[in-house]
Write a protein that binds this ligand. Structure first.
Ligand code: HEC
Ligand code: HEC
Length: 224
């Protein structure tokens, strides 16, 4: 290649990729506002509370923060709001083993924080952070799931419970729950957890059909 050809290749090559960069930059800027819902007063107030207690000193959000405590990006998708509120105000009342300190967060502050976390969870993050692979958790990778196992996945039980090492630690590990609880207890507890465990923060599943509750119970009984 002559010097002239090499120079032209360099100049036009650079120009070509520069133009592509400019186009992609504009494209991204145009899409950004559509990736998050509107910021309300309450969301803004929640962000102030988030800073006041330095939550980011322990948690990550959208990839920023510390790795001491769980990521908060999609927490309102994973946990019901009543649970979150009670946890924020007094972590140990929800989970005696919790190591998050009780900061003295008031009921209003907790609601603002949840509004902020809910806003964050609705930001389109291209599927990040990834969800755990639940088929393996159910111990049935590569096999057809039973209806109880499918319900377990679709109802988000693994956000709070662990089976075979995969899932959350909010509630008890269910790997061997079938040897600890009987059908009647499990069925009744699904309908109304508080009737069996007075301070339970597990949401009730009384809205499910009799058949679905039986399927879930069958699955639990099989975990021995
Ligand atoms: C000193 C470190 C620390 C600080 C500061 C902290 N947290 Fe936590 N947080 C934790 C830990 C550790 C956990 C995991 C559960 C446990 O062991 O308590 C947790 C759990 C949580 C959970 C429950 C998550 C779940 O999936 O059950 C929420 C919600 C939460 N934190 C929100 C906050 C908010 C909001 C703030 C600021 C007001 C905050 N945290 C400040 C350490 C902290
Ligand atoms: C928001 C968190 C949360 C969700 C979601 C949740 N649980 Fe729970 N679960 C708990 C907590 C906390 C306990 C302990 C208190 C109690 O027994 O009610 C518990 C207890 C249990 C127990 C009794 C276990 C034992 O050893 O005492 C079973 C069984 C159970 N959950 C199954 C399920 C199933 C199945 C689902 C989904 C349909 C589910 N849970 C959804 C938090 C949750």
């Amino acid at each position: 290649m002559s010097n002239k050809a090499a120079r032209n290749l360099f100049i036009f090559g650079s120009l070509f990729f520069f133009v592509i960069l400019v186009i992609l930059t504009f494209d991204t800027l145009a899409k950004l506002p559509k990736r998050a819902p509107e910021i309300t007063e309450e969301v803004n107030a929640g962000k102030m509370v988030w800073h006041k207690y330095d939550c980011i000193g322990c948690h990550t959000i959208l990839g920023n923060g510390s790795y001491f405590a769980p990521d908060m990006t999609k927490v309102t998708e994973r946990k019901p709001k009543e649970y979150l509120k009670q946890f924020l105000m007094d972590p140990k009342s929800v989970n005696p083993k919790a190591s998050m300190p009780k900061f003295g967060i008031t009921s209003e502050e907790a609601e603002k924080l949840i509004a902020f976390l809910d806003w964050i969870s609705k930001v389109d993050t291209n599927g990040w952070p990834p969800k755990p692979i639940l088929a393996t958790a159910a111990g049935v990778a590569g096999r057809e799931l039973t209806s109880g196992q499918r319900l377990y996945q679709s109802l988000g039980c693994s956000n709070c419970h662990m089976i075979n090492g995969i899932g959350g630690t909010t509630g008890p590990d269910l790997t061997h729950v079938g040897s600890k609880k009987d059908r009647v207890w499990l069925f009744g507890h699904f309908k109304d957890p508080k009737a069996y465990v007075p301070n339970s923060v597990m949401p009730g599943f009384g809205h499910l059909s009799e058949q679905e509750l039986n399927d879930l119970t069958d699955y639990m009984i099989a975990l021995k």
